[in-house]
Design a protein around this ligand. Structure first.
Ligand SMILES: C[S@@+](CC[C@H](N)C(=O)[O-])C[C@H]1O[C@@H](n2cnc3c(N)ncnc32)[C@H](O)[C@@H]1O
Length: 232
């Protein structure tokens, strides 16, 4: 019987990816398909645009931590263009190959720039919103409070986190789902590890309790996600 009482420490294949650019592109296409079919990106988009409406400014800077191929950033850019919102988008990722793909896919998006860096070595920046999707579960428990503290200080409006619920049902449903919707072994393997590295609501609440001066809204969203909005 799988033990889900604690977050798994197993490493995802993507975190030490050894394949070619083409192979990585196939894995990222799989991840984007999962997000599209299960509505993963919409969870973040809805919160980001609600925050923008609540905090009117001439222009905004948004940082996406763990942006991979920049799919979320392009979705934000398109929606901002439609709403005539001036926005600068920065994608940060430590995987240089992902950023090669991100830059290629973002040639028509001058509002997006990319930084190849580990988030834990990033200098202070002027930011309005920080988003991170399916990336928090890559961090160790002891690093998460540091990340939350630093980026909720840096973001003038707020931080939007979107990550997975650690649940047996999610694990088995994803296994069935992946037979039809996922083509690469890496995305199938990492999808399951991601769920085991995901969170229970009370764990997110415990992290939130370590930041008492921040307002936290943690909500469960289909499919087996938590959206956590932090505001000063
Ligand atoms: C599962 S992918 C998520 C990609 C995308 N945000 C999404 O929602 O599909 C996690 C990404 O986080 C990046 N990552 C993990 N640890 C990181 C760190 N310490 N600093 C920057 N990026 C990191 C990985 O390289 C990977 O591209």
């Amino acid at each position: 019987m799988m033990d889900l009482s604690e977050r798994s420490k197993e490493i995802e294949l993507m975190d030490g990816f050894q394949g070619t650019e083409n192979e990585l592109e196939l894995v990222l296409t799989d991840i984007n398909r999962v997000n599209a079919v299960l509505g993963g990106n919409a969870i973040t988009l809805e919160a980001v645009f609600r925050l923008l409406r609540k905090h009117p400014k001439k222009s905004y800077t948004i940082l996406d931590v763990g942006c991979a191929d920049g799919n979320m950033l392009r979705e934000i850019a398109l929606r901002a263009r439609k709403a005539k919102i001036i926005i600068k988008l920065i994608g940060l990722d430590l995987n240089d190959l992902s950023l090669v793909i991100a830059k290629k896919k973002s040639l028509k998006f001058p509002e997006i720039e990319y930084l190849n860096q580990d988030v834990f070595t990033l200098e202070n920046m002027d930011l309005d919103i920080v988003i991170t999707t399916l990336t928090l579960h890559h961090f160790r428990d002891r690093d998460i409070p540091k990340f939350l503290h630093r980026f909720s200080e840096m973001a003038s409006i707020g931080v939007v986190i979107n990550d997975l619920q650690r649940s047996r049902l999610a694990y088995y449903l994803f296994r069935a789902f992946s037979v039809i919707f996922i083509k690469t072994y890496t995305a199938k393997h990492d999808g399951l590890i991601s769920i085991l590295r995901g969170f229970k609501k009370k764990e997110l609440q415990n992290f939130a309790d370590q930041l008492p001066n921040i307002d936290h809204q943690i909500s469960w969203k289909w499919a087996f996600r938590f959206r956590w909005v932090l505001q000063k």
